[in-house]
Design a protein around this ligand. Structure first.
Ligand code: KVW
Length: 834
């Protein structure tokens, strides 16, 4: 084999502006900067400036401060050459940047004052920013919280993803039904991104593979491939209370120059333009499916596109600093880079790294595999079979012919090793194979990720245990030390400080600052739960946040809600396993009880929010049912202020920042064993809501932290769910034995809520009564209703309710994503803070 000579670049392209920068660039005072940007960046005067102009100048002003630190961070990384973490994720659900950047940099007050003296307001400016909605739900938001924590903890880390031209669709509700509208978030430009035309890579698709004997080695050449260019766009990730600003590098697809020359010269101008557009569709739109695999070719293209660009970029950065004289020099690679795979979406990275090391850099297979296995780690986020990605071998081989060969080789070596260690177990080999032969030959991406990674983690204690005993039980036997747990977390900067300034101020006043970086400090609130005055102040904050939410509800839906009622909130993607439908059954139960004249029920406002995947018909039916029920309940004069039902449209990060602080009750009611973790549950408790939930996902650990008396747990446990199903679960038994339940289902089934179409919800009823009630709503119904009654009763004792709510806030330390990132950094990545 040839010793590999790298192609060292003189400077690291990631931050070309930073070379030899030793002092902080000089910054103008904020008010002056706003005025300057109004003229020089927006070409406006105070008289002609629109609201959007004020957003723009605010963003430019804050951005200057961000960039000043960004170049210094890049400088420090280049100088110290630390081990770096690369977080590969198809989703980053960042939300708005302006207020978060201003908060993290500590210039929020200055900015707000500056805008006020110029006759404007920060609140109004902030509202004009479009969310960066480059994700579906929890998985994408987790990636964004991790970026915040890594920057705050000064960890040298880069996020890699796709710069979707259209992010998560915007949801509107028309005639009670979800309508999807495109999210054209880049329409007015994006002040937070920097195009990097110098950071581009060619990405190949299709073609075929030639095997050629060269200098006694069989080399592979991927030829006749179509090429697409990946161009980098960088977004800054400012840490809180630190100089560190990390990067989120997002790739955008562009047609190649050669493509232009070749096709346009053919003379068929229109066809050439069409093909160009086709090429660039790769980064056009985010797939709006949460926790279900799509199987479409374009999705696989997206995955390979961003993974190949990222790995080429990672290796280029490594080689720009380290010269490879002999193959052995490559042994340094795992000491300088760690790659985290956010679910299986980037799992093709295992094969791509082998491709780069073996085919491009000509390392031996075994040596390269030894490196790969020290670099990658994989996070699993779900056990749900429909979310597990597999690709037909046919599709895979046509799109990525060389990578299919590489996967076959990885699999061959892996299975040989397994059969040596577990001889005579042919069924084990079939079960763990990367290629599934049982459903017409498919590539199992989870198996590729497990085999290629040194560590595999679940996202909450229960989930990680279930991985060991169910989905990855065979792998756990084969690799007893590979599986581990890292419980998810959320960033307190966005989810407490930014979303809930009133609670933040109250806490600061009571225990001082510092909890933003060390959430364990919140434990100092514990004795204040017994302080009458503090409870009163805490309730005043909650009420103000509920008033803020009530105003939004009114402006988005026209519904007037009473801020003194119990705000009972379920906000998350709409999915059968999350059981929004169980919540609806409770709403209708309450409705019937109020109409039957029951006294002393606690007035409630039940709020739902969440998007359904556009192709998920049942989830859309559930949205429609919620709206139909809301219509009947809200317009029934016999109900009045006792019960209101709200479907809050277009649930996204920015509306979450209003909804979490305004919630009293957190609905976390998935069937036990189905929700890997959940993170909304953490955001709710941190903002002083009490949880009603099953022993599922991170609820289990929330219960451990806050104490059994400060959470409402109901329903079957995971083993009981399995047992119930094994015993031949018959939902009809529950239906016939519970008159209240029967009445509710009969009303839905007979068209009480859909008088214009009596059988509209027949499929929902069929699912529950005739098709096995897969998520055991009926089995958990009675327990849920009884527990909701306790909730209602407790709410009437406001002193006790707020005491428990304060204890929830005080005991949330574990759920800071700083703790989560600390565990990844120490136990998995072996990266250090700078
Ligand atoms: C495909 C997911 C988008 C596209 C998950 S599991 C699978 C996906 C698949 C998303 N998302 C969620 O990840 C969260 C973060 O770990 C968990 O809190 C949540 O329980 C899980 O459903």
């Amino acid at each position: 084999m040839n010793p590999t000579k790298s192609n060292p670049l003189p400077t690291d392209k990631i931050a070309p502006a930073m070379a030899n920068l030793k002092t902080t660039p000089k910054l103008t005072p904020v008010k002056q900067a706003l005025q300057n940007h109004l003229i020089f960046s927006s070409f406006k005067t105070s008289a002609t400036a629109t609201n959007r102009d004020w957003y723009d100048v605010s963003a430019y002003t804050v951005r200057d401060h961000v960039v000043a630190r960004w170049v210094k961070t890049a400088d420090a990384y280049a100088e110290q050459d630390p081990k770096r973490l690369y977080y590969l994720s198809l989703e980053f659900l960042i939300g708005r940047m302006l207020s978060n950047a201003a908060l993290n940099l500590g210039i929020q007050d200055e900015l707000s004052d500056g805008l006020t003296t110029l006759g404007h307001s920060l609140e109004r400016a902030v509202e004009l920013e479009q969310d960066a909605a480059l994700g579906n739900g929890g998985l994408g938001r987790l990636a964004a919280c991790f970026l915040d924590s890594m920057a705050t903890m000064n960890i040298p880390a880069t996020g890699y993803g796709i710069r979707y031209e259209f992010g998560m669709f915007k949801q509107s509700i028309e005639h009670g039904q979800q309508v999807e509208n495109p999210d054209n978030w880049l329409r007015y430009g994006n002040i937070w991104e920097f195009q990097r035309p110098e950071a581009t890579y060619n990405i190949k698709f299709y073609g075929h593979v030639l095997h050629v004997l060269e200098h006694n080695v069989m080399n592979s050449h991927w030829v006749d491939a179509e090429q697409v260019v990946a161009m980098a766009y960088d977004m800054p990730v400012p840490g809180y209370g630190t100089e560190t600003v990390n990067s989120l590098r997002l790739w955008s697809a562009k047609a190649t120059r050669e493509f232009d020359l070749r096709h346009f010269n053919d003379g068929n101008y229109e066809r050439a333009v069409e093909e160009r557009v086709e090429t660039e569709t790769i980064s056009k739109v985010l797939y709006p499916n949460d926790a279900s695999a799509s199987g479409r070719e374009l999705r696989l293209k997206q995955q390979y596109f961003f993974v190949s660009a990222s790995i080429q970029d990672i290796l280029r950065r490594f080689l720009s600093v380290h010269t490879m004289h002999t193959p052995a020099d490559w042994a340094l690679l795992p000491e300088k880079i760690a790659i985290q795979l956010n679910d299986t979406h980037p799992a093709i990275g295992v094969a791509e790294m082998m491709y780069q090391l073996v085919d491009v850099h000509r390392l031996s297979w075994d040596f390269a595999w030894g490196l790969v296995n020290k670099i990658f780690a994989y996070t699993n986020h779900t056990l749900m079979p429909e979310a597990l990605e597999t690709w037909s071998v046919e599709l895979f081989g046509s799109l990525l012919p060389r990578h299919l060969e590489i996967i076959y080789e990885i699999n061959w070596q892996f299975l040989s090793w397994v059969s040596r260690n577990f001889p005579g177990d042919a069924d084990l080999l079939r079960r763990v194979s990367i290629i599934d032969e049982t459903q017409g030959r498919r590539v199992r991406m989870a198996h590729l990720a497990v085999v290629g990674s040194h560590t595999v983690n679940g996202v909450a204690a229960l989930h990680s245990e279930l991985l060991k005993t169910t989905l990855f039980a065979d792998f756990h036997k084969i690799y007893p030390n590979k599986l581990t747990n890292v419980t998810n977390g959320i960033t307190p900067r966005r989810w407490l400080n930014q979303a809930n300034p009133l609670l933040t101020a109250l806490i600061s006043k009571a225990i001082g600052d510092g909890f933003q970086q060390d959430l364990a400090k919140l434990v100092k609130l514990t004795p204040l739960a017994d302080d009458k005055d503090f409870r009163k102040a805490f309730r005043a904050v909650k009420l103000a946040n509920k008033q803020r939410l009530a105003a939004k509800i009114h402006s988005h839906t026209g519904i007037l809600v009473n801020p003194n009622s119990l705000f009972d909130v379920q906000i998350k993607r709409i999915h059968e396993y999350k059981r929004q439908l169980l919540n609806v059954l409770h709403v209708i139960t309450l409705y019937n009880r109020i109409r039957a004249g029951e006294q002393n029920l606690t007035p409630r406002t039940v709020i739902f929010g969440g998007k359904a995947a556009p192709g998920y018909w049942m989830a859309k039916q559930i949205i429609r049912l919620i709206n139909d029920v809301a219509h009947v309940v809200n317009n029934d004069p016999a109900i009045g202020e006792q019960l209101k039902v709200v479907f809050y449209p277009n649930y996204d990060v920015s509306s979450a920042e209003i909804l979490f602080p305004g919630s009293d009750l957190s609905e976390q009611i998935s069937t036990a064993g189905t929700e890997a973790s959940g993170t909304g549950n953490m955001k709710m408790a941190l903002n002083g809501a009490l949880t009603i939930g099953t022993l599922d996902g991170a609820n289990v650990e929330i219960k451990e932290e806050v104490g059994d008396d400060n959470i409402f747990i109901f329903g079957l446990t995971t083993p009981q769910v399995a047992q119930t199903k094994a015993n031949g679960y018959n939902p009809r038994d529950y239906y016939y034995n519970n008159p209240g339940l029967k009445q509710v289902l009969d009303m839905i089934g007979s068209g009480f809520f859909s008088p214009d179409e009596h059988n509209r919800y027949q499929a929902i009823i069929d699912n529950l009564l005739n098709n096995g009630d897969n998520y055991l709503l009926l089995a958990d119904y009675a327990s849920y209703i009884a527990t909701q009654d306790e909730v209602g009763k407790l709410y009437q004792n406001q002193e006790e309710w707020s005491r428990r709510a304060i204890l929830n806030v005080a005991r949330m330390a574990k759920f800071s994503s700083d703790r989560t990132i600390g565990e990844y950094a120490n136990n998995i990545w072996n990266v250090k803070s700078l």
